[in-house]
Design a protein around this ligand. Structure first.
Ligand code: KG4
Ligand code: ZN
Length: 314
């Protein structure tokens, strides 16, 4: 079964053709970084207009690359939730119209389930396992029981992890999205230069997280937490912030592993590119981590086609 996947939940317009939920026949995407970069964040109206401009040529390109006619596709899968409404609207409307015109079925896919499925495109991972989604828009931890059943144990109650990286990066003059720059600077700094307190989340699950306090501490109150034995430098700021932001995830993963007895942790989302997070996940003595290749961690349409295949097969 060959499924055309469409992903327009945020600022990447992505299209892919995937066979049997596993084999990527063709994929492409149009990044909007040059549009949103100067605003230090995604501008929804510009995002949806760009999706509208790119979606038809991208679909044509993927079909041509794979040598496929649209009528030979077994179905179309499209991200329907969660995301920016105006961006989702373009993908969903386009997918429904194309499916109607080509007389093929159309299924909608939850973006977060797709992030968790992405690893299945590269490996065969048994269910259940622990799932971690860390991106610019989402931060969630839980147990993945199947491709369509994610039991969420904890989420951020405010900013996503990647969003905190991006806001701190803008504050440090590193541009947007600046997670990768913080990562690079942190390698040259000392995380011991500042000690940030844990966020106190009253009446919340022990797995929930908060990033807005850490973000504000770095941006507005850094001197309060600074260790004066260290120079007040950008590399040290980056290292201290990164360590705290990632350790919040690592401690919760460790607890969930212990509590559930599940020893495989599968990741998804662009923050998995972070070198400190990757190193910690891959070297834990308590679990084995599955981190998909970078192109499958960030937003992509192959993961949408993968989940769509499972639905249509069912
Ligand atoms: O999944 P993704 O490509 O897009 C969405 O959020 O939908 O994730 C992008 C996020 C951005 O916040 C970016 O700054 C962050 O991932 N990111 C990183 C690194 N590379 C990308 N954060 C920390 N360290 C990195 N190396
Ligand atoms: Zn995403």
């Amino acid at each position: 079964m060959t499924i055309l996947g469409i992903e327009t939940s945020c600022d990447d317009c992505c299209v892919a053709l995937v066979k049997d939920g596993k084999h990527i026949l063709a994929e492409t995407q149009a990044s909007q970084q040059s549009i949103h970069g100067k605003f230090n964040g995604v501008v929804p109206e510009f995002a949806s207009r760009s999706h509208l401009a790119h979606i038809t040529p991208l679909v044509k390109q993927v079909l041509a690359d794979a040598g496929f006619a649209i009528k030979k596709v077994d179905g179309i899968a499209v991200t329907a939730f969660p995301g920016l409404h105006s961006s989702l609207l373009i993908g969903v409307s386009f997918a429904k119209a194309l499916a109607y015109a080509a007389s093929v079925p159309c299924v909608t896919v939850n973006h977060l389930l797709a992030h968790l499925y992405a690893a299945q495109l590269a490996y065969d991972i048994a269910y259940p396992h622990i799932g971690l989604i860390v991106s610019g828009g989402h931060t969630q931890l839980g147990v993945v029981h199947s491709y369509d059943n994610f039991e969420i144990f904890g989420s951020t109650i405010d900013d996503a992890c990647g969003e905190a990286f991006d806001k701190v990066a803008v504050h440090l003059g590193l541009g947007y999205p600046g997670g990768i720059e913080i990562d690079a600077l942190a390698r040259r700094g000392s995380w011991k230069s500042a000690r940030f307190p844990d966020s106190k989340l009253k009446h919340r699950s022990q797995y929930d997280l908060s990033y807005s306090g850490l973000k504000s501490a770095v941006i507005h109150q850094l001197r309060l937490f600074w260790n004066n034995a260290y120079p007040y430098s950008i590399v040290n700021i980056a290292a201290a912030f990164q360590k705290k932001a990632i350790d919040m995830l690592l401690t919760r993963i460790a607890t969930l592993v212990q509590e559930t007895g599940l020893h495989v942790v599968v990741g998804g989302g662009g923050v998995l590119a972070n070198s400190y997070l990757r190193h910690a996940l891959q070297n834990s003595p308590h679990y084995s981590a599955v981190i998909p290749p970078h192109a499958l961690c960030t937003d992509n349409a192959s993961m949408i086609a993968g989940v769509g295949y499972r639905y249509l097969q069912r």
